[in-house]
Design a protein around this ligand. Sequence first.
Ligand code: CTP
Ligand code: MG
Length: 231
Amino acid sequence: MTAQLNPRGDVAVLVPAAGAGERLGPGAPKALRPLAGEPLLVHAVRRVAAAPSVHTIVVAAPATEVEAVRAMLAPVAPVTVVPGGAERQASVAAALAAVPAGPEIVLVHDAARALTPPGLVESVAAAVRDGHDAVIPVLPVVDTVKEVDAAERVLGTVDRSALRAVQTPQGFRRSVLLAAHRSAGDALTDDAGLVEKQGIAVTCVPGSELALKITRPFDLSLAEHLLSTGA
Ligand code: CTP
Ligand code: MG
């Protein structure tokens, strides 16, 4: 069934999905690869569309797959599909340019985090609505972390209690994300990093283990297992 987005919602979600998925091994672009019989992107968009504040979804698809992605997502939710770029940042910028007037909260969410619960979309959006310019979902780092040199010799042990692993969706006041992208220099994998460079405070909210990024074959197997247990 096609989800209905909320015409009174105040949130636009950008879904960069134009990456190749090289670390997943040879095959189709990652967002189009199957997870339990459906493309990763379908799982991701279905969950975003289930978040009640979402007004608009813009997907940045691999440039050669725009029509295929439109057809694939039509039964899932009303989405705008634009061609992505060579770097993630360019894909996000292309999607941002396609957001219509209206939503004042913009979330950026990796298609590769296909099992992200709608509740995380809502909690990030709520923190922006509460007045934070930039909001990221994070998890504590569980492994001991060492700093090493080029020869893999240990230089020291990093204080793990001060570290966080960052997920998506990352949420922004629309004007803040626009300004950050306008002045972007080097390509970063993280939109909050662009905003930090502007000197704007970035606030953390609790992330979700289900928002894991599917990067390597192991992650795909884990996601299949999680789905089979009801995620
Ligand atoms: N992405 C994008 N445009 C790019 C590169 C990445 O839209 N030029 C998107 C991916 O589709 C993914 C998200 O950014 O949803 C996070 O990137 P990543 O997990 O690195 O995916 P890929 O770049 O596809 O994977 P790899 O780096 O292994 O090739
Ligand atoms: Mg990548």
